[in-house]
Design a protein around this ligand. Structure first.
Ligand code: CMP
Length: 148
């Protein structure tokens, strides 16, 4: 069954049209449909709100600074098992490791550091609902079957 997920292209890649193009190709080659996309910039307060569950982590300030430092793109992607498949395609969070263990993933290819790791992927159905509402309040998630 069709499922949707929420992806973010982070400022390290969103500033570079060549990398955005390469990531788009990878998305489509892997049979995701791009349902919605929005290019925007986050005020610091928006980044703080999105990542509030990391507020106590050592990397929170640098994450908020980074995510509000330039343009980002939010995408709603659809596919069977979209949540899991997108996370497989982007690779693990920690880029220094991922460059060696999963070099063909999006983070393995385009991530710069553990913070500047190119892309984000929602990690659960609940996160998809929250994150889609965060970027696309007009989008009716309920009309989509979000089960894998
Ligand atoms: P993301 O999938 O957007 O979710 C939380 C983000 O915090 C993560 O990607 C990274 O950008 C950042 N992050 C997670 N762990 C670390 C870490 N150990 N060091 C620095 N940044 C991190």
């Amino acid at each position: 069954r069709m499922q949707i997920t929420l992806a973010i292209l982070k400022p390290d890649v969103a500033v570079n049209p060549h990398i955005v193009y390469a990531i788009d190709k990878s998305i489509l080659r892997n049979k995701f449909l791009i349902i919605k996309r929005k290019r925007l910039r986050w005020p610091k307060a928006r980044a703080e709100q999105f990542y509030f569950q990391h507020a106590q982590r050592f990397f929170y300030r640098r994450l908020v600074e980074f995510m509000s430092s330039g343009p980002i793109e939010a995408l709603i992607l659809a596919k069977r098992n979209a949540i899991q498949d997108w996370r497989l395609l982007i690779g693990p969070t920690k880029v220094y490791k991922t460059q060696h263990t999963n070099p063909n993933t999006i983070r393995g290819q385009f991530g710069l550091t553990d913070t500047r790791n190119a892309v984000h992927g929602a990690d659960s159905e609940e996160s998809v609902h929250e994150e889609v509402a965060f970027f696309f309040p007009e989008f009716d998630v309920g009309k989509w079957n979000t089960k894998g």
